[in-house]
Design a protein around this ligand. Structure first.
Ligand SMILES: [Zn+2]
Ligand SMILES: [Zn+2]
Length: 372
């Protein structure tokens, strides 16, 4: 069937909304009418070539929509269900069977190969393959995904807001709730106030951290960080941020840190701000590297540097949990969002790049009414 999709024809090209052909529905696929999609920094990394799948490509991996059709082997969904889409894990490899789908042995093949898990094209244009992302590609009017990409959500929620739970918010919060697991009374510093960083700060607060230090170079974003859960904020422009964090923590440094910026100096500072025995998680999609002082930092001071994929999340467990925190007023993720029309995708992406908008959300079906 023909659908509308925002296609990136080649590296650095703008998004262009055009008609493409969607693959046939497979036995364990669900067909989803897209209502909205967040734009994530990973989409931009793939558009500009900081990371590459293939071109032309249909990006988007923070989709929310309504199930239209299901294949004959689908057991968990039916037409009319509201869903948030996330990554795909095979369900059968050792990591998936251990309950760690973010470490699926087939993760890259399933999500970052540009084709469906069986190797077929998700989209074609005039018979030629157009690559997909996360076996999802939510910058579309309709897509097909596997059951395991989808998470059912209540119909009384505003579906337009929920797509970013599938990547940015689950990544930031999961890094804290699933990976670092601070204890009540611990301290945490989060570098960067994008959607991922703000989600990490809210999760720090949910975990009972008594110091949640938000660090950025834009005052207006630090104000939002304070509103959402940071107990303290630091504008790090031109100052010694390691000293500033130590000053806020009685000279010790923090137990936990998260870097969402991917900037070399900032990733190094995220180690510098740690107390002895502390752990930093570096989670940005970045081509940058860091120098590790393995003797002083890792051996003598017993600091740890960890990588985390997608917040070590299980979307079907973590997204409903985040929605419950949202209902309690403890995870106000929607305060980071701004809605744009699907046709404004290039403007929305530019606003994300410039920092004007923290989390742009494209409204793909503007006839959708929340709660109906
Ligand atoms: Zn697997
Ligand atoms: Zn993402």
């Amino acid at each position: 069937m023909k659908i509308k999709a925002a296609v990136v024809e080649k590296q650095n090209a703008d998004f262009e909304i055009k008609d493409v052909d969607l693959a046939e529905l497979g036995a364990d696929d669900i067909q989803v009418h897209m209502v909205a999609s967040g734009i994530c920094h990973s989409d931009e990394a793939l558009r500009i070539g900081d990371a590459v799948i293939d071109y032309p490509i249909v990006l988007g991996h923070e989709g929310s929509g309504i199930v239209e059709k299901v294949g004959p082997e689908v057991t968990q969904f039916q037409p009319g269900d509201h869903v948030v889409l996330s990554f795909y894990a095979c369900g059968n490899c050792k990591s998936c069977l251990k309950g760690i789908p973010t470490q699926c042995e087939n993760y890259a093949a399933n999500n970052l190969s540009g084709v469906r898990p069986d190797g077929s094209a998700h989209f074609t244009e005039n018979g030629k393959k157009v690559a997909d992302m996360f076996d999802q590609s939510s910058f579309t009017s309709t897509t097909i995904v596997r059951e395991r990409n989808a998470v059912k959500v209540d119909k009384d929620l505003d579906l337009r807001k929920l797509g970013p739970l599938g990547c940015g918010y689950v990544t930031g919060s999961g890094t804290v709730l699933n990976t670092l697991k601070p204890k009540p009374g611990d301290t945490i510093a989060v570098f960067g106030t994008g959607a991922v960083g703000l989600a990490a700060m809210m999760a720090g607060r949910i975990s009972g951290c008594t110091k949640v230090i938000g660090i950025d170079i834009v005052d207006s974003r630090l104000d939002l960080a304070k509103e959402l859960g940071a107990t303290d904020v630091i504008n790090s422009k031109g100052i010694d941020v390691v000293k500033a964090v130590k000053d806020l923590t009685g000279g010790y440094g923090v137990d936990w840190a998260v870097d969402t910026t991917g900037v070399t100096k900032v990733m190094e500072d995220s180690i510098g701000v740690l107390a002895q025995g502390g752990t930093t998680a570096t989670i940005a999609v970045t081509p940058n590297h860091i120098d590790l002082d393995t003797w002083n930092d890792l051996c003598v001071e017993d600091k740890k540097v960890v990588g985390v994929n997608m917040g070590d999340s299980i979307p079907q467990v973590d997204i409903p949990r985040l929605i419950e925190f949202y209902k309690l007023g403890m995870f106000d993720f929607d305060k980071t969002e701004k809605f744009y029309k699907f046709s404004e995708i290039n403007e929305a992406n530019a606003d994300s790049r410039s920092g004007k908008t923290i989390k742009p959300v494209l409204i793909i079906d503007d006839s959708y009414e929340p709660g109906k």
